[in-house]
Design a binder for this molecule. Structure first.
Ligand SMILES: Cc1cc2nc3c(=O)[nH]c(=O)nc-3n(C[C@H](O)[C@H](O)[C@H](O)COP(=O)(O)O)c2cc1C
Length: 430
């Protein structure tokens, strides 16, 4: 039997009708982790400005775009969505030969919309390229996405590793979307030396890297070596409690096996100003109008989702659709163009999403499944697909919401697929 990384973790973190009733969550509001990491004020900060395309690019990946105020708390919403708005991921990057940045290694400080220089590349030959298994210097931007998992585990407990991966996938999707405006190709690297990166950045168990992305070109014949030091970590969230199951799942999913490379790039073709508007305006819909979308709109969405995701470890994902309200299409369950079961399953779709109305009031509710073996890679790809759905919906004037909570086994049974249920999303008119 094939032994796949992450399977046992996935099995152990399924929701069922009973499990959500037997284990109601009580949140300790007095001990909520901070969602923004802040390095010491003594470090050099570069305030992101619209003057430099590279700065806009960084901002597009996770910058603050809205503020919500309640009597007790204020929430800052960002270009990227996040389960429960907990934002467990942090973004780091290396810039070399990029206008607007001195050559160095940076943390994207979301709270001040700045890049904090953690390390200035002193020598010509220094850089993080070896940890990406690249022999030559790269001219451009190298991104590294980490997870401060307790931010999410505080609320979602063991299931949080799933959300850190989905949210990281959304950040990779934001890199894809931003790189289109930055006029530069990107590719995802899941197979970086994550332990080496964790060591270099000085992380303890509270933070670990999940993935990286390259928006850079090699300088032929210029070798590079890792700076001979480790950076100093700062407490990223203020509160940390170990979740042994998550740390075990991370360890088990670090190593990738039998990866299939995807060398192709997505042929994105959008009106650039409107695309930027979609990035900046994207929000999760809270209630659908229950109107329908057209078949053409759905086809445009699917065309974009199915474009290749360039990476070093591409896993196959299945995108099932429960079509509730699409003009010119029969209601039913679909896989690609094929109708698997005809009928009105809108109520069922809402029920499967933990009785959330988003699932039944949508025009289409999607379920992403996979039987792949490289859990860390396949889960982030599901998040990236989710990001495409979000941005395309916004671009077309539609609403979208990610749905991380669903009754795992009942979804599988309903769809007749033995794979792991990774993510659900609902789209429809606002
Ligand atoms: C992985 C993931 C899972 C989510 N799950 C749900 C969900 O089950 N129900 C829901 O109403 N919203 C869900 N959301 C939407 C978040 O609540 C939303 O992204 C967050 O509040 C930030 O708001 P914004 O997307 O408008 O910026 C999810 C988002 C993500 C990325």
């Amino acid at each position: 039997m094939k032994i796949c990384s992450g399977r046992s973790y996935h099995e152990a973190t399924k929701h069922s009708w009973l499990s959500v009733r037997q284990n109601p969550k009580r949140l300790d509001w007095s001990n909520q982790p901070r969602s923004m990491k802040i390095y010491p004020p003594s470090l050099l900060r570069i305030k992101l400005s619209k003057e430099f395309p590279s700065h806009s690019f960084i901002y597009h990946i996770g910058g603050i775009t809205a503020k919500k105020s309640y009597p007790e708390v204020e929430y800052y919403l960002r270009t990227n969505p996040s389960a429960g708005a907990l934002y467990p991921n942090e973004i780091y990057f290396q810039a070399r030969g990029v206008e607007g940045f001195d050559d160095g290694i940076y943390h994207f400080e979301v709270s001040t919309s700045s890049a904090v220089m953690l390390y200035a590349l002193k020598e010509e030959e220094e850089g993080l390229e070896p940890l990406l298994k690249l022999k030559n210097q790269m001219s451009g931007l190298l991104f590294f996405v980490s997870a401060v998992y307790y931010r999410s585990a505080w609320k979602y407990r063991e299931r949080a590793y799933r959300y850190t991966l989905l949210d990281a996938g959304h950040i990779l999707g934001a890199i894809e979307a931003g790189s289109y405006l930055y006029n530069h190709a990107y590719r995802v690297v899941y197979g970086a030396d994550l332990q080496g990166l964790n060591r270099f950045f000085g992380f303890g168990e509270e933070e670990f890297f999940l993935s990286s992305a390259v928006v850079a070109v090699p300088k032929k014949g210029v070798p590079v070596s890792l700076p001979d030091l480790a950076l100093e970590q700062v407490d990223p969230a203020g509160v940390f409690l170990h979740a042994a199951d998550i740390e075990k799942a991370y360890r088990e999913t670090i190593t990738l096996k039998n990866c299939k490379k995807e060398p192709r790039y997505p042929a994105l073709s959008f009106h650039k100003d409107r695309w930027e508007e979609a990035i900046l305006k994207r929000r999760s819909i809270r209630e659908f109008s229950k109107n329908s979308i057209s078949k053409g709109q759905l086809e445009a969405l699917l065309e974009a989702v199915y474009m290749p995701v360039p990476s070093d470890c591409d896993e196959e994902l299945m995108l099932y659709m429960v079509v509730n309200r699409v003009d010119g299409m029969k209601q039913g369950v679909y896989l690609r163009n094929e109708i698997l079961r005809e009928g009105d399953f809108s109520k069922k779709a809402g029920y499967l999403c933990l009785e959330q109305r988003l699932g039944s009031d949508s025009a289409v509710t999607f379920f992403i499944l996979s039987s792949g073996c490289n859990y860390r890679a396949l889960y982030q790809k599901a998040g990236l697909w989710g990001h495409r759905l979000y941005l395309l919906s916004e671009y077309m004037g539609l609403g979208c919401s990610g749905i991380g909570a669903y009754y795992d086994d009942e979804v599988k049974e309903f769809l007749g697929d033995e794979g792991m249920v990774l993510y659900a999303l609902a789209i429809g008119p606002k």
